[in-house]
Design a protein around this ligand. Sequence first.
Ligand code: PRT
Ligand code: ZN
Length: 299
Amino acid sequence: MDGTQRLKIAVQKSGRLADSSLDLLQRCGLKLTRSKDRLFCYGENMPIDILLVRDDDIPELLIEGVCDLGIVGENVAEEARLGLHANERDPGYRTLKRLDYGACRLAIAVPETTAYTGAADLDGARIATSYPSLLKHYLAERELNAHVVQLSGSVEIAPSLGTADAICDLVSTGATLTANRLREVDTVMASQAVLLGRDAELGEIKQSELERLLRRIDGVLQVKESKYVMLHAPREALDEIKRLLPGAESPTVLPLEGRQDRVAVHAVCRETVFWEHLEDLKGAGASAVLVLPVEKMLD
Ligand code: PRT
Ligand code: ZN
């Protein structure tokens, strides 16, 4: 197939989204070979190629049409979108799918010792961030005037250096804030990894490949939480057992040889099955409870 008919996806080369993004694409059945310079992966069994780049470059690569799709955090996608709008440029890309990994939040934090009663306290403050457009948008929505100090990294040390009164940075566990004696006070945006696609027409071949990829991504995301649960249950407790199976729609109920009082129940649980669920099932009379991983699912 001619190279122009292959879908090009930009993915972070190294960093927090790199492994999970390649893993997702491989779970979709894509077999990849990396080029010698490690900047490119060739899809052997699907007409898909991967460009390995810095995450911040991905929006621009989409705008320029260098790639058709890209995986970034929503924080990067939104920051670029707002920056383009401010310059009266059309982003030309949109979010096709949320991918359920890379969860974090862009948050405002202040030194532990700073009194904080609400966003109004940020009026007149110096706030350090790598996300100036998102921060300015947050401030404008609240009609606050603050001085945005733009930094490309190590934002969390700005208050102790005396260059800012507060920060606006990504947080996942919060450990970095604690280590720097900062306190999270507000969320600017919640974020996770997303698949972005260009607004421009892809042409028939690439479009059908994209649709196939999106269906497979749905399948991968569904099985992530899904488990196949098998158990034996008293016939009279069946309603209660069905209720206790997390995210199961219509379990299969099978007779047990030589037992009138008990049945076998098989169900696909589409929500995480915790130990507590199993304990509750046992409490309702279930026995021989087995929880199996689901490898693939196509609805
Ligand atoms: O080199 P390149 O430019 O490609 O990578 P990068 O350094 O810009 O990005 P990277 O790999 O750090 O993050 C990529 C994306 O991962 C981000 O754009 C987010 O969408 C997402 N993500 C998820 C995070 C975090 N969690 C996260 N915790 N990005 C950054 N962090 C930082 C956070 O700012 C803090 O400084 O990690 C530090 C630890 O966080 P805590 O709260 O767990 O201590
Ligand atoms: Zn980056």
